[in-house]
Design a protein around this ligand. Structure first.
Ligand SMILES: C[S@@+](CC[C@H](N)C(=O)[O-])C[C@H]1O[C@@H](n2cnc3c(N)ncnc32)[C@H](O)[C@@H]1O
Length: 233
């Protein structure tokens, strides 16, 4: 279990990272080193392909972190808005990437944002990368329901880098697995879900789900998948 709330943990991480260590600030590291440009490009391409991103789209990034990934995705469309509950990460996003009105960032819990956003109709696509698994189960359901019901112009959503419960053995080293850790949103990896568990959760909120995995060259492809949500049956 994490000792402190996740937003405070990220605030502290940002304070301990170099100001320009954008990938370190969101833990996009392998063996303590930031992932390569090639790996980041794979993620950007996967999000754009999953959401069928077009130049005219307005993108919503839920749990955007410091905006380092958001800005790369927003560059492929008409712009976007990122939301995250870590004050330090949003400060970095505002300082380095905000370019209003095309690209904006907001400090908020994502479910709170989804419930209260005053102009939900302007967004046409959405993504949530490497973060959905940290929402408590009830909030995960609310997230999907609010996005479906209030953000009526959002046609496709990419929930990226979800820990795959069927691949837990490929992740935990001998003796490292702790009984029940897969259901804990506040564990280091968050909640692990099978594809069926994910699609059942999304179906309750009105979404149809398909799944993709990143190419083998991607550092986490052996235990994660991307879930792609669209409307209808
Ligand atoms: C691993 S980072 C990923 C950041 C970014 N999506 C990326 O891929 O670079 C997880 C992020 O989720 C955010 N987060 C987790 N739960 C949240 C919540 N309930 N509301 C807003 N942000 C949240 C954290 O603050 C953190 O920035």
């Amino acid at each position: 279990m994490m000792a402190k709330p996740l937003n405070e943990m990220y605030d502290e991480l940002v304070r301990n990272c170099a100001p320009d260590d954008f990938w370190g600030q969101v833990k996009r590291t392998v063996g303590g080193k930031p992932v390569s440009e090639e790996q980041v490009e794979m993620i950007v391409e996967a999000v754009a392909a999953a959401t069928a991103l077009k130049p005219e789209d307005c993108m919503l990034d839920l749990c955007c972190g410091n905006g380092a990934l958001s800005t790369r995705v927003f560059a492929l469309c008409a712009g976007g808005h990122g939301v995250d509950f870590s004050e330090q990460l949003i400060n970095v996003a505002k300082e380095h990437f905000e370019d209003a009105p095309r690209e904006t960032y907001q400090l908020s819990d994502v479910v709170e944002f989804l419930k209260t956003c005053s102009d939900p109709g302007r967004f046409t696509k959405a993504f949530c990368y490497g973060s959905f698994q940290y929402l408590p189960q009830v909030m995960a359901g609310e997230f999907l329901a609010e996005l479906n019901q209030r953000f009526v112009s959002v046609s496709r959503v990419c929930i990226g880098n979800v820990p795959d419960k069927e691949r837990m053995k490929a992740f935990f080293r001998e003796g490292a697995y702790v009984e029940g850790i897969e259901d804990q949103h506040d564990s280091a990896i968050g909640i692990w879900r099978t594809r069926k568990e994910f699609s059942d959760l999304a179906a309750v909120a009105g979404w149809r789900t398909e799944f993709r995995t990143l190419p083998e060259g991607y550092y986490a492809s052996h235990y994660r998948y991307d879930a792609i949500l669209s409307r209808g049956q």
